[in-house]
Structure formats: C-alpha cells, structure tokens
Write a protein that binds this ligand. Structure first.
Ligand SMILES: *[C@@H]1O[C@H](CO)[C@@H](O)[C@H](O)[C@H]1NC(C)=O
Ligand SMILES: *[C@@H]1O[C@H](CO)[C@@H](O)[C@H](O)[C@H]1NC(C)=O
Length: 345
C-alpha cells in the first residue's frame, strides 16, 4: 500500500477521533465542550412571559381590495377581492398573524373579525368609492373608537389607504391632488427632526435616516397624494396628523409621504414598505439591505404597537379566521404588481 491510498484512511481515523472528543459523554463532562457564561434566570425553565401588559400573540386585520390584483386574469367574479401576500408577509415577518377583513362580507362578520384582532392594515390599490370606501370608513371609525375607549389599537395605512384616510379625516372626497409618482423609487425628506421622537423613526439609526434622505430607498406607485401645503391648510388634517416625511415626484413636486397621528397609534405612508422585501415585478423596487431594513423597522414598529393592545381573543376563534385558512395564488406571471395574492370570492 502506498501513501496516496493511506491518506483517506488516516483522515477518516482523525475525523472519528474528533467526533468522539466532541460527542456528549456523561463519563467525561466538560471535555471539548464550550461553556457559555450563564447568569440569573437563564438557568431556569422559562414558563411565563415577563410583562403581562404586552401581548406577544398579536393578530392584524387586513382589509381586502376589490378585484384579483391581476386585471381579472386570475378571477373575474364581480364579488372577488384580494390581498397581496406581501402585506401578509410584512406583518408575519414582525411576529404577528393575519385575519383577512373581506370588504364585502356581511357587517356582522366584519365586526366579529375586528373583535379578534389587535390592529388593522389598509393596503394600496385604486378603489376610492362604493362599498369598499364604506368598509374602510367603518373600520377607521372602529380604530378611533377602540383607542378612545382606552385600548391602544394601531392602524397602518399605505398608499391608497393613506389617501382614503385623508379623505375621511378631512371629510373632503376631493382633497387629493395628482402627482407623477407611478413606479418610482424615492427619498424621504424630513421637514423637522424634532417630530421624529415617539414616531416609527425613533428606532432608526441616524445613519439610516441620513441615507433615506439622500438615497432612493423607498418604493412609490401612486398618481394621487397630498401636498404639505394642502395638508397644513386643512384644519381637520393638520390637527390630526403630523408630517414626518415628504418626497418629490418625477417633476420635483413634493407630496406628504409619511404621517403619524398626534393622538392615535395611526401611521400612514404614501410609499410601500412591503415591496422592498416581498415584491419583484417592478425592476425599480429597491431591494438593498438598507431598503429592507427600512421596511423591517416599519413592520416591527407597527406590530409592537399591536402588542400594546389589551385584546385577548379566544385562540379557537382566531384559528377559524386566520388567513392560513386560505392559500395564496402565484400571480407573478398574471399580475404586473404582485408575486402572490390571496383571493376571496
Ligand atoms: C376575465 O375576463 C376577460 C375578458 O372577458 C378574459 O379575457 C379573461 O380570460 C377572464 N379571466 C378569467 C380568469 O376568467
Ligand atoms: C406601548 O405602550 C407603552 C406604555 O404605554 C409605551 O411606552 C410604548 O411606547 C408603546 N409602544 C409602542 C410601539 O407604541
């Protein structure tokens, strides 16, 4: 036997010796074992959550939007509605589950489902009237009522969601202006850093705030919006919302891109935090680590607000209504916007 044949055998022997050395053995405790320092509670079994006022099993209601998200190529039914799966994943990634609030279900079902959630998300879309707008109005009023009754109950409204909330708060269905911001990545400009305290941006590293204002880290896709001037000049809107950020459209015309309510846990963005992590149909969507981190901060902030909700719904009722009762449909080939959609019909 010459050495080239001996080598694999020697290697095998060496591996076996090493495995024996690191294998747990009651006879030789500590040999080859890395011991990490432990202190206090770490040695004991973890049985109960540390703070009973924080609810670590939050559930978020997401209102479905009319249509199938794919111009009828997946489902043509007149009562069909959809939720892009990216919104679902957005809240799931921050530690919450989702119950779909199907916009055209009977009102009792809507109210029953609202009694099972700890916060609500309004998605993007295009529908600004009819039953959909009525449902959004009703859910918005529910959010205000829950908070007014002393229970923190957050709302995160994006794009169309922000536009509808602006119409509702101002009581003016013509409050919106037009902008050229379809399929565009943009910066976020901060009119006043002092307003960021107590907002979602408080959890941002100052370096990331700076990058947001100089690099195009957020995805815009809208034809409507509201200018800072119009928001400030509207008494109802300016007493309800503070402007956290603005962004320029294709022509350098500025619109309000992030707001937070003064007295309610309500945050609205004209841009789409969910797209940076979960949507790939438009090549311009920013997917950099910074862009992803911005989105994750928004998801984490929203869900941590929901953990403050005092609602503790029955587990069985939640299970019966979770979005896991439905399967998402791959829409990446049929839809111009979404990789996956949940369809309700
Ligand atoms: C929906 O209707 C359009 C127009 O009639 C048709 O082209 C399309 O195939 C239909 N889609 C489905 C999923 O039935
Ligand atoms: C949750 O409630 C606590 C106590 O009121 C508050 O300090 C904290 O800011 C709230 N968290 C969020 C994310 O709003």
């Amino acid at each position: 036997m010459d050495s080239p044949h001996l080598l694999p055998l020697l290697l095998l022997a060496a591996v076996l010796v090493l495995l024996a050395a690191v294998a747990p053995s009651s006879a030789t405790p500590g040999v080859g074992v890395i011991r990490l320092p432990s202190a206090g509670r770490g040695d004991r079994a973890c049985t109960s959550p540390p703070d009973p006022t924080i609810y670590d099993r939050p559930v978020i209601g997401i209102v479905s939007h009319p249509g199938d998200g794919a111009s009828g190529r997946i489902s043509n039914g007149t009562s069909t509605s959809y939720i892009a799966a990216s919104y679902v994943k957005f809240v799931e990634a921050a530690g919450a589950r989702v119950i779909p609030l199907v916009y055209n279900e009977p009102e009792e079902r809507l109210l029953e489902k609202l009694s099972l959630v700890n916060g609500v998300l309004f998605t993007g879309g295009s529908e600004k009237q009819g039953l959909y707008f009525e449902t959004i109005k009703e859910v918005f009023q529910y959010v205000l009522d829950r908070n007014d009754a002393g229970d923190p109950f957050p709302l995160f409204a994006q794009c169309l969601g922000f536009e509808l909330v602006s119409m509702i708060v101002s009581k003016d269905n013509n409050i919106l202006e037009t902008f050229d911001a379809l399929n565009q990545a943009s910066t976020l400009q901060f009119p006043s850093y002092s307003l960021l305290k107590g907002s979602v941006f408080q959890r941002f590293d100052p370096e990331l705030i700076k990058k947001l204002s100089t690099s195009c880290l957020v995805m815009q896709n809208h034809r409507y919006g509201i200018s800072p001037k119009r928001l400030r000049e509207n008494d109802a809107l300016s007493s309800f919302f503070k402007i956290l950020t603005t962004s320029p459209d294709e022509n350098g015309k500025f619109y309000v891109s992030t707001v937070q309510a003064y007295k309610y846990p309500i945050t609205c963005t004209q841009w789409h935090p969910e797209k940076a992590i979960f949507e790939w149909r438009k090549p311009i969507i920013p997917h950099s680590e910074d862009a992803v981190q911005v989105s994750q901060h928004f998801a984490n902030y929203f869900v941590s607000q929901a953990r403050n909700s005092s609602n503790r719904p029955l587990a069985d009722k939640v299970l019966d209504n979770l979005i896991y009762n439905y399967s998402p449909t791959f829409s990446g080939k049929a839809s111009k916007s979404f990789e996956e959609v949940y369809i309700f019909s």
